[in-house]
Design a binder for this molecule. Sequence first.
Ligand SMILES: Cc1cc2nc3c(=O)[nH]c(=O)nc-3n(C[C@H](O)[C@H](O)[C@H](O)COP(=O)(O)OP(=O)(O)OC[C@H]3O[C@@H](n4cnc5c(N)ncnc54)[C@H](O)[C@@H]3O)c2cc1C
Length: 371
Amino acid sequence: MLDDVVVIGAGLIGTGIAYELAKRGAMVTVYDRAEPARAASWAGAGMLAPYSEEVVDPALLALCDASLRAYPAFVDDLRERTGVDAHLRHEGTLHVACDDASAQERGAQCAAFRRNGADASILDRDATLAREPMLGGHVRGAVYVANEAHVDNRRLGRALVAACTDAGVRFERTTEVALECDARRVRGIRTEHGFAATGTVVNAAGAWAGELAGVPAAAHIAVRPVAGEMLALAVPKGFTRGLVWAQHVYLVPRDDGRLLIGATSLERDFDVRVTARGVQSLLDVALRIAPVLGTFALVETWAGLRPASHDGRPYLGRTAIDGYFVAAGHYRNGILLTPVTAQAVAALISGEQPPIELGAFDPQRDAPEAA
Ligand SMILES: Cc1cc2nc3c(=O)[nH]c(=O)nc-3n(C[C@H](O)[C@H](O)[C@H](O)COP(=O)(O)OP(=O)(O)OC[C@H]3O[C@@H](n4cnc5c(N)ncnc54)[C@H](O)[C@@H]3O)c2cc1C
């Protein structure tokens, strides 16, 4: 019989774990100081693109691959349960070359993608324009990665919150949460409403996971926020097909007719302002590869905080404190990693064998004795 479980953080990671635990019969309460499924999980671009993100760490790549494979069933289950379709699209990624130098690098770029397991091929100019007719005159060709996808992460968040509620998960809004434990094990949590006893707490607090009050030094994790600014244009529906990348800027289509353009990467603490320079840097690249985009309305700008660890790997699993689990630090791939994280952490808490080996993601790996 599963214990009562408290999850701190109602992003995709926290709600994903809560849903998987509730399906296994646990009584789960999710605490958040803000609206569920906002924060980074709402701000992200929804790319399921580990090769384009240049993930080369074998353990992390295996985790990304497992999650990418788990996505169709994950989204289907949520759609059947809630009626909310997260718009999973397997259209691949086009890495566009805009000048002679980058056109010549396509061979090396394609080989590097293939070494990591990507289904990559080189496209000439005509084939590139046939895939994405909106691209403009400067385009010289592309490398196409077929086995990547994208999902509407805002819809996915809505689906997960609805699925959690349907499965009996409770959501609590609190201004602050502190872990309460003795030297060995979790006793519960304390909020402004008082003490709640529980033997199992999961820290899924995203970029704030390293700041959780009451965590003993032995179980501390170091997560830092890396801000990302994005914007959206209103384009005709179906104007673009898949993901398009050039010079560290990406374009991501949405079924509702928005074209997302992202993202900057800024180490500036917990600051989620959208700056004029950030918007300019994104539009500079986007309008160079597709000048026609300059004619469409700019309908939205926003920023979010990627939760980064020191080695690029998330922290997943048990800590030195019995009953205190961590699922945080997913950095640029937290949307991609939601299904595998949810399933693996819920399995671990339930005493089942996780679907993938989690040793490389041990939250204790930074502790002096681990080194
Ligand atoms: C601009 C941008 C683009 C991105 N693009 C992609 C992409 O294309 N593909 C991809 O896979 N990933 C992408 N990411 C990364 C991805 O969004 C994150 O890795 C993922 O959303 C992290 O999810 P999370 O649930 O851990 O954190 P969050 O979604 O940030 O949720 C954490 C929650 O914890 C709550 N919280 C924090 N502290 C406390 C506390 N003390 N008490 C109560 N509640 C607390 C917060 O309010 C928040 O709701 C992007 C991120 C950004 C910013």
